[in-house]
Design a protein around this ligand. Sequence first.
Ligand SMILES: NC(=O)c1ccc[n+]([C@@H]2O[C@H](COP(=O)([O-])OP(=O)(O)OC[C@H]3O[C@@H](n4cnc5c(N)ncnc54)[C@H](OP(=O)(O)O)[C@@H]3O)[C@@H](O)[C@H]2O)c1
Length: 273
Amino acid sequence: MTSSPQIWMITGAGRGLGRALAESALEAGHIVVATVRGEHELPAHDRLTIMTLDVRDRGAARDTVRRAVEHHGRIDVLVNNAGYGLIGAVEEASEDDIRSVMDTNLLGPLWLSQAVIPVMREQSGGHIVQISTVGAVGTMPLLGLYNSTKWGLEGFSEAMAAEVARFGIRVSLIEPGALDTAWAGPSMRFSSPSDVYDEQRTELFGTAEVPWPPGDSAGGTTPSDAAAAILAHVASDNGPLRVLIGDDAPEQVAAALDLRRQDYSRDPRFPGA
Ligand SMILES: NC(=O)c1ccc[n+]([C@@H]2O[C@H](COP(=O)([O-])OP(=O)(O)OC[C@H]3O[C@@H](n4cnc5c(N)ncnc54)[C@H](OP(=O)(O)O)[C@@H]3O)[C@@H](O)[C@H]2O)c1
């Protein structure tokens, strides 16, 4: 039990990383408002309140924050976790594919951040934790629309961190590498494939078949290890804005940053070129 229990609100908490975060926060003695869309795998707990929220709905996001504050008096930590991946070349993705992934991964966290900032400003403190990805630093072919949602998330969140620091509000960007969840399996969505990208699909994923055939386990960092690292970060007084999760994450980010620097360095005016 922690010495000072906090009120945590976690979106997409029915399974995967969100569920692990809810469980770890409860284990640490905190009070948790977990939002789910429907069926979920959360066990009952006396410090757990479950609310229904589809993060694409701005009005519902505001309403859920309002109800959480009515219930618990404050929100100390908001974790914008809900999200999913989309496999498809830019040329393949339909308008629906694109709007849906932007609505969920980019606008969902934006609506919730907007709803919670006045609450945290009023209480002179709080922490907004955005679940981003190493794919918000680099990109991967056939994952570009997903990448763009998380690049967008990082863009507004970095600026927002500077805007709200004066009100005592912290913002963190959590960048996991591979997590052992349903993200790369049953949760993954796919644009309607064109056979001109089959060769690339095979090179990257070992199969041109989409949706992917079901696999045993995604591999990667366990959700509970990832959750423990996020809880430790939130508990620390002065952590960095960006937090890498998993042994594969640092190298992926370093490679992406090197690529950018190499590209800029082709301009002789670039410092150090
Ligand atoms: N797994 C990875 O390798 C990995 C790596 C880096 C970052 N991430 C990020 O980590 C976060 C959590 O994903 P995960 O790995 O735990 O995958 P997951 O097991 O598939 O869980 C995703 C969660 O998001 C929820 N969700 C999806 N769309 C939603 C919507 N419109 N409104 C509300 N909830 C919604 C899902 O709810 P339902 O149960 O209702 O579908 C589910 O609870 C995501 O933001 C993902 O992009 C994952």
